[in-house]
Design a binder for this molecule. Structure first.
Ligand code: NDP
Ligand code: KPL
Length: 326
């Protein structure tokens, strides 16, 4: 791994393409998701620049991007840029912020967007509509992150398990070639990106799984392994999953058998700690993506006339948390 001090943010951005076929990738946010995948790609020699805010830029300049992972640690000097210096000239822009920061993130990347694929890696679905409205549906790909990561207080990315899945796929025929080229470039990062030809199916399945996980973990303030040890914990978790899957099915994305079996097993496994990133955010008193995940699923359930008692309870619980947080 390369280690050292990168150039100051203002000086660190290269002008348009270097002509060697390497794709120029801008990553919005060097938190858990952006930092992990962008960091892995940068460590492997990819042309990655992080669009960050001043505090994170200073941290990255001082320490480089630090990854602590059971799959191998890394400390990588990375290029950063502040929003006031952003210009066009990117092949892809990976959006890796929380949903509540999306509007601001859109304004930050807007000058970089002409000609670039917009590659969101947020959980949920509703961000696709927001990004389509901002950049045009032909620019915005689908994406799923299958990983558990968190940014620690010192600015290091903590990878919490050996899982590191990254799925991308075209949502529009006009994107297909460029998405395939981006996938090939991401392979350099060593995290095994998967190119999906059914990305909306993948996104719906992840949405249903995550909404169940976040909903039940936050409601019970515990991981699914603890919940599943109680008298009704596993049954309640699977009931919530059924509601989310009914919403997905109504939207035209019934779950595939393999997903269903694996998800049921994972959500009721008592052998190893497992919790949603939303529970970690809540336990440290931070903001949560309640509206984007649980609220959105509930709105869709209501619109479809589906019974959703547990989903309503989970969302009410998160809204109470947010109200008390102030
Ligand atoms: N963490 C996980 O395990 C997983 C997360 N996800 C999803 O990925 C998405 C991102 O989550 P995660 O990486 O955990 O979140 P983090 O909070 O760790 O990282 C988000 C980063 O985005 C940065 N950011 C936000 N707005 C801007 C902006 N305008 N300009 C520059 N930087 C900005 C924040 O910067 P700053 O530090 O300055 O606030 C922050 O560092 C979420 O939708 C989440 O649900 C999906 C799978 C797993
Ligand atoms: C469930 C998990 C870890 C899968 O990637 C996730 O997306 C999250 O906790 O936000």
């Amino acid at each position: 791994m390369r280690v050292g001090n990168p150039a100051p943010p203002e000086q660190s951005v290269l002008p348009l393409g270097e002509g060697d076929g390497t794709l120029r990738i801008l990553v919005l946010g060097a938190g858990g998701i952006g930092g992990y995948y962008g960091g892995r790609l940068a460590a492997a020699g990819g042309d990655v620049t992080f669009l960050v805010r001043p505090r994170r830029a200073e941290q990255l300049m001082k320490d480089g991007l630090v990854i602590r992972s059971p799959l191998g640690d890394a400390q990588v000097p990375v290029k950063t840029i502040l929003r006031e210096h952003v210009q066009p000239g990117w092949d892809a822009i990976i959006i890796a912020c929380k949903s509540y920061d999306l509007e601001d993130a859109i304004e930050a990347v807007r000058p970089a967007a002409p000609g670039a694929l917009i590659v969101p890696q947020l959980n949920g679905l509703r961000h696709l509509d927001t990004l389509d409205a901002a950049f045009g549906a032909e620019a915005v790909t689908g994406g799923v992150a299958q990983i558990a990561v968190t940014l620690d207080e010192g600015g290091a990315i903590r990878h919490l398990s050996g899982m590191q899945g990254f799925v991308i796929g075209a949502r529009h025929p006009a994107q297909q070639q460029r998405v395939a080229a981006l996938h090939a470039e991401l392979e350099r990062g060593g995290f095994g990106p998967r190119l999906s030809d059914v990305i909306m199916q993948d996104m719906w399945e992840k949405f249903a799984f995550l909404c169940t996980l976040a909903g039940i973990c936050c409601l019970m303030r515990a991981g699914t392994n603890v919940i599943a040890c109680t008298e009704d914990g596993a049954a309640l978790t699977l009931e919530l999953l059924d509601t989310c899957l009914a919403v997905a099915t109504t939207a035209g994305f019934p779950p595939r058998e393999r997903f269903l079996a694996a998800t049921r097993r994972m959500l009721t496994d008592t052998s190893a700690p497992f919790a949603a990133s939303m529970l970690r955010d809540l336990q440290r008193g931070g903001r949560v993506e309640a509206d984007h995940i649980v609220g959105d699923m509930l709105a869709r359930a209501k619109a479809a006339g589906l019974p959703a008692t547990l989903l309503r309870a989970a969302y009410a619980h998160l809204q109470v948390y947010e109200a008390q947080r102030g």
